[in-house]
Write a protein that binds this ligand. Structure first.
Ligand code: RIB
Length: 299
């Protein structure tokens, strides 16, 4: 079984600020750093660091001289990475003194994923292969339909959430991995746990992973519920915490690891990422998770 992550690549411009800027306010940042990012790239790197082989497909601009190298260095297979005329995607990220962030994305090359490119990449994959997706590239709904027709196992992280995602037929998905805000937005509720009840009733074959911040995470599979507490760390930068969790979860699942252990490791890796600066650069290796996991306390 191969894993294909078809997603975004961004250059993250990270501004350290006292607080997230308010409407109409002008704020002086304490520091500006440039990091590799994008949910697609971050999740591919997390999968690779979690010791699973991953193929990445997505678009970068001719201006890129950092993201290709970052993916390669992390051991991600980039044969399907496509260079386009549009400029590489960007994210403007404010990180406040509590490690909380606020992100504005400019899609750039991530919006140049065409149906032709999708068809060309999918030809290299078969029924039963995993396809990991987020919501930062163009033609996502087409990609889901085509991959489902092939019998690929689609794992969707519907982030960032947009109303058009509701057009997706959830019967085409193998698993959906979402946070509490996305779960509430999807079904229009004030309680994220309602998503689990709704999914269980309407789509009993769909696996759901719901991350609940300090409340930990929940996996719903075939009517069975697995719960994992969150680990507590001093927060430096929460960027890519979710991507780290997703990548470690997908890698563990594909490596056939015990379900509770998959959730425990994904949760630990995500906590470690929060204690470090940057997106892709904050993701720990498998060995680092091994070394640190027993010293982490629950939130
Ligand atoms: O999930 C974090 C990522 O979201 C950042 O790296 C940024 O590029 C945005 O895509």
């Amino acid at each position: 079984m191969k894993i294909l992550d078809f997603g975004s690549c961004n250059i993250d411009y990270v501004y350290d600020v006292e607080h997230i800027v308010q409407p109409g306010e002008t704020l002086v940042a304490n520091k500006l750093s440039k990091f590799p990012g994008g949910k697609g790239l971050n999740q591919a790197i997390a999968i690779s660091k979690a010791n699973a082989q991953v193929f990445f497909a997505g678009c970068i601009g001719e201006d890129d001289n950092m993201l290709r190298h970052t993916l390669e260095q992390a051991g991600v297979d980039i044969h399907h990475l496509h260079t386009v005329k549009e400029s590489t995607g960007q994210a403007i990220i404010q990180v406040d003194k509590n490690g909380e962030n606020s992100i504005v994305i400019y899609r750039g090359a991530n919006g140049a994923v065409t149906v032709e490119y999708i068809d060309q990449v999918l030809k290299q994959f078969d029924s039963g292969d995993i396809l990991l997706l987020q919501n930062e590239i163009s033609n996502l709904i087409y990609l889901i339909k085509k991959a489902a027709e092939k019998g690929m196992k689609i794992i969707l992280n519907p982030s960032p959430f947009e109303e058009q995602l509701k057009k997706i037929d959830l019967r085409d998905l193998y698993c959906v991995m979402l946070n509490e805000t996305e779960a509430m937005q999807w079904i229009g509720t004030k309680n994220a746990n309602d998503f689990l009840v709704w999914a269980q009733k309407e789509y009993p074959n769909l696996q759901v992973v719901l991350t609940l911040g300090k409340e930990g995470s929940v996996l719903l599979r075939n009517g069975e519920v697995y719960k994992q507490k969150a680990f507590s760390v001093p927060a430096v930068d929460t960027t890519a915490a979710g991507d780290t969790f997703t990548g470690y979860f997908v890698a563990g699942l594909c490596r056939g690891m015990d379900t509770s252990e998959v959730l425990r490791r994904a949760s630990a890796a995500s906590a470690i990422a929060v204690s470090r600066k940057g997106a892709a650069s904050s993701i720990p290796t498998y060995d680092e998770v091994d070394t640190l996991i027993d010293s982490l306390a629950f939130a």
